[in-house]
Write a protein that binds this ligand. Structure first.
Ligand SMILES: Cc1cc2nc3c(=O)[nH]c(=O)nc-3n(C[C@H](O)[C@H](O)[C@H](O)COP(=O)(O)OP(=O)(O)OC[C@H]3O[C@@H](n4cnc5c(N)ncnc54)[C@H](O)[C@@H]3O)c2cc1C
Length: 423
């Protein structure tokens, strides 16, 4: 926008706009234009896709899985029920991903790290020095601008040839020759997808549940949190947002999620009235810490986690304290020096399944192990591994668990990921 308008400075110009008939001028000065490409056959409600890999859920793990699959040459589609990528990292506002490092070195890299690093650099932010072991674990979490992150993720999907379908979710999943038929619905859209492999990145393993495979869930779950800012501005990528614990928050279905969101928002409104402060920032929905986990071919126990067990089929590291939030708060239990847990491929495979793999917080694990495994860098590591395994399985008409591990490791390394090694 020009600094000078009509020979006067901008402030004068805006003032005259408010005073005179210049409301229209104000709108013109504050509007820029871009044209969205038209969608082919946009009035036709039925759409079909034939892809190698379908990623359901474009959240923390899902967009990484899809970018990886696309970059490795798989025809890939993401179906995401929300309106942007990033899930809890962006829509939930938990934009301080961790932990990419352990004990003085980086242990998770690849596509998730590429996105985090680029969004920090574009935002003029600061990256932690991983050579330094922090006193408190959260000091090496990376403050990230949630808005930039979501857009960069979209750009990287486009560059990798990944198609994105927002506002849609699967309604039925049917086994067919050579894969799956997944019928999805969105407003004004019914989409029939034929795919060889599904990557379930819905957070709560929703596709796995639809298929009837076993899932685990606690009677009492960790609270969710609604993120907001009262009284002072939130600076994305610089500071953390206030968190309101929403006890009982349950992401099982649209009804339970609606209840959590409305409860959180009403409580924030009550605080605005009580504290007489301005509401400066509000995420669109609650962040859910815990819901369903899969019962996988392997289940990671808290002992596996805290002992830093290196699984024979490890595909990624994970690093974070055991971090269980309760009614009274959280007391993180840091890992012992030198311990770095790993995630086996078989913990991403629903027990007894073929042609479906998960990534993210629904990883097969007991509750305490999950409280550490659920963090963002680990979810991104799982996402990238699932993207590789599903792509290689689709290419060789097999199932992810039967792809030779060396091939998975080699492709992950080619795409910048760090592979756990036995000491
Ligand atoms: C309040 C809070 C604080 C946290 N603090 C930290 C922290 O400081 N550092 C850290 O690293 N981690 C933190 N975590 C943990 C971490 O953010 C999450 O565990 C992680 O982001 C989960 O990633 P995910 O990919 O499994 O799920 P999500 O990121 O939640 O993604 C799931 C995606 O799937 C979509 N989806 C769901 N169902 C469907 C469906 N049926 N069809 C289509 N799409 C669907 C959702 O819309 C969403 O986009 C925190 C979590 C919360 C809630």
């Amino acid at each position: 926008m020009n600094k000078k308008a009509d020979g006067r400075d901008r402030r004068e110009f805006l003032q005259s706009g408010f005073l005179g008939t210049a409301a229209a001028s104000l709108a013109i000065t504050s509007t820029s234009h871009v044209i969205a490409q038209s969608v082919p056959n946009a009035t036709e409600p039925e759409v079909t896709n034939e892809v190698d890999v379908l990623v359901v859920g474009g959240g923390t793990a899902g967009h990484v899985a899809a970018i990886q699959a696309g970059r490795a040459g798989a025809k890939t589609l993401i179906v995401e029920r929300g309106s942007q990528l990033g899930g809890t990292t962006t829509t939930g506002g938990v934009a301080f991903p961790g932990l990419f490092d352990a004990w003085g070195k980086q242990v998770i890299a690849g596509i998730g790290w590429e996105l985090v690093r680029e969004s920090v650099e574009l935002d003029g932010g600061k990256l932690p020095n991983f050579a330094k072991v922090p006193q408190r674990h959260w000091q090496n979490q990376v403050y990230t601008n949630q808005f930039l992150y979501a857009i960069l993720a979209e750009e990287k999907c486009a560059q990798a040839g990944v198609e994105i379908a927002y506002y849609e979710f699967p309604q039925s999943v049917t086994k067919v020759d050579n894969g799956w038929q997944v019928d999805c619905v969105g407003f004004g859209t019914q989409r029939r997808v034929r795919c060889k492999q599904i990557i379930d990145c819905t957070g709560g393993a929703e596709v796995v549940g639809m298929l009837g495979f076993e899932r685990l869930r606690e009677e009492e779950r960790q609270p969710g949190s609604y993120l907001f800012m009262l009284g002072k501005e939130h600076e994305p990528g610089r500071n953390q947002i206030h968190r309101l614990y929403v006890h009982g928050a349950d992401s099982t279905n649209s009804r339970t999620a609606t209840r959590a969101n409305m409860t959180g928002r009403q409580s924030i409104l009550d605080r605005v009235r009580k504290e007489n402060k301005r509401l400066m920032h509000l995420q669109p929905e609650t962040g859910f810490r815990e819901s369903f986990r899969i019962q996988g071919e392997t289940l990671i126990t808290v002992n596996d986690y805290t002992s830093g067990r290196i699984f024979d089929d490890a595909i990624s590291y994970a690093f974070y304290p055991v971090d269980l939030h309760t009614k009274t708060g959280v007391k993180p239990k840091p890992l012992k020096p030198g311990k770095v847990p790993t995630i086996p491929l078989s913990a991403l495979i629903p027990k007894g399944s073929r042609n479906i793999i998960v990534a993210g917080r629904c990883v097969s694990s007991d509750r305490l192990a999950n409280s550490g495994l659920r963090v963002q860098a680990s979810c991104m590591g799982m996402g990238q591994a699932a993207g590789v395994a599903a792509t290689l399985a689709a290419k060789s008409d097999t199932t992810p668990l039967e792809v030779p591990l060396e091939e998975i490791h080699a492709l992950l390394r080619d795409h910048g990921q760090i592979i756990p090694e036995k000491a």
